[in-house]
Ligand binder design. Structure first.
Ligand code: ASP
Length: 426
């Protein structure tokens, strides 16, 4: 009884940390103690993660709508709002480009695909059904299509499809309309503020399930991953992990030091969101947690938190771009293609732009990989090699995506001198 009481008295971040540790111990026991392993069904544990992700999917669009509309109601000057958007998107692009460059440079230098002892055909054959699914969803949308698609033709459909960019677009216009109709302090404006408050509480309720989701997915992963396959493709896993950690713990640390911020504070406070994102493999599932940490623990202003982080969750995909870049160069080496600088630049641009169109959900960008492979003349079926280890890679790219979103909001807030340093240093 006192254990339950202690658990419910903990902060959410501590509950997640606890679930993480307990999940590892339990998962290892299930994998290595046969009697326990035969008693449990790993799928049941995965369902805990699915339940949590579904809860977040349920609330994420109304939450984003309420947050963005409300934050734009507080921005009086349209020019300021436009400037904020331009600065945020520039930071996203710069970060994504640096990230993909690091991944590609590492793969190019280490050359994991040259002389690799991997039975490419066998792995592709094993994963052929996933390959054909991915190939079917392959789409070649141009940048222009992407931009036009930001404007919804039916806002209810945008809500229904949880299309973040369309909902964000509508929210900004809606806020401008409320302002023009002089309704900021009247019924519509007040209703939006109340909706925002309510959605925060709804989020808090759903977030109570986060530790169970993280726990379930850890147990499922430890119990089911194919260790032999991970070993044979270990070098690519190491490159994605090494480059991503270099980006998050090296490049970000330099940026924070240049901005006069102690990086250790950022890393310590971000850890629960990073761990949750890592195991849930979904940036959107961790969005409420990231926003809470950003505002309450890192001292980032509510304006930046409610605009830059949801937008970043959709647009700022540092980890995805890095993972795509590493995979494409690795496959090119494996199939004996010698990419020159112009082709590498093409890959970098495709990965950067492609990552923007990726949904912040588990396994989303593997489908994009097939499109990029086709665009640079590589065999599309080669995604069968990456699919085999995609979950392990997805966890790390999501870790990178989540870290990047909060990092971008932090940079933005620091540049604008609105960061609450007393909260940041606490
Ligand atoms: N799982 C990633 C995320 O949610 C998206 C991807 O598959 O790259 O950020």
């Amino acid at each position: 009884m006192s254990f339950v009481k202690t658990y419910f008295g903990l902060k959410l971040s501590h509950k997640v940390a606890f679930a993480f540790a307990f999940g590892i111990v339990f998962g290892c026991a299930a994998r290595f103690v046969p009697t326990l392993g035969s008693l449990i069904n790993p799928e049941g544990f995965r369902m805990l993660g699915v339940i949590f992700i579904n809860l977040i999917k349920m609330i994420i669009t109304p939450l984003i709508f309420a947050l963005i509309t409300s934050s734009f109601l507080s921005v009086k000057d349209a020019g300021k709002a436009g400037m904020l958007a331009i600065k945020a998107v520039s930071i996203f692009f710069a970060m994504t480009f640096v990230s993909v460059t690091i991944g590609i440079a590492a793969t190019y230098l280490i050359k994991p695909g040259i002389g690799a002892n991997i039975d490419v055909q066998q792995i592709i054959a094993q994963n052929m059904s996933s390959v054909s699914n991915a190939a079917q969803t392959k789409h070649h949308s141009s940048l222009l299509d992407f931009l036009i698609n930001i404007i919804p033709s039916n806002i209810f459909q945008s809500f229904y499809n949880a299309d973040f960019l369309q909902v964000i677009f509508f929210s900004v216009i809606f806020a401008a309309g409320i302002r023009k109709a002089n309704q900021v302090h009247e019924s519509v404006g007040l209703a939006i503020k109340s909706l925002e408050k309510t959605m925060f509480k709804v989020t808090d309720i759903c977030m109570e399930v986060a530790p169970f989701g993280v726990f379930g997915l850890i147990v499922w992963l430890i119990a089911t991953q194919d260790a032999a396959l991970i070993k044979s493709l270990g070098v690519i896993v190491l490159i994605v992990y090494g480059s991503m950690l270099f980006m998050v713990y090296g490049v970000y640390a330099i940026v924070m030091a240049m901005l006069g911020l102690n990086p250790l504070k950022f890393y310590k406070k971000m850890l629960p969101a990073q761990i949750s994102g890592y195991f849930l493999s979904s940036s959107s599932a961790v969005l409420p947690m990231s926003m809470e940490i950003a505002q309450k623990e890192l001292g980032i202003s509510s304006e930046k938190v409610s605009f830059a982080i949801p937008l970043g969750a959709k647009v700022n995909m540092n980890g995805t771009a890095l993972n795509l870049g590493v995979s494409v160069i690795f496959i090119s080496q494996l199939f004996g293609f010698d990419f020159g600088i112009s082709q590498i630049i093409k890959v970098m641009i495709l990965c950067t732009l492609g990552s923007i169109g990726t949904a912040p959900v588990p396994g989303a960008s593997i489908f994009l990989l097939s499109g990029i492979l086709g665009s640079v003349g590589l065999p599309v079926e080669a995604i069968g090699i990456i699919i085999a280890i995609d979950r392990i890679l997805d966890m790390m790219r999501t870790f990178g995506n989540i870290s990047g979103d909060v990092m971008a909001a932090l940079i933005l807030d620091r540049i604008d001198k609105t960061l609450d340093m007393s909260v940041y240093k606490s």
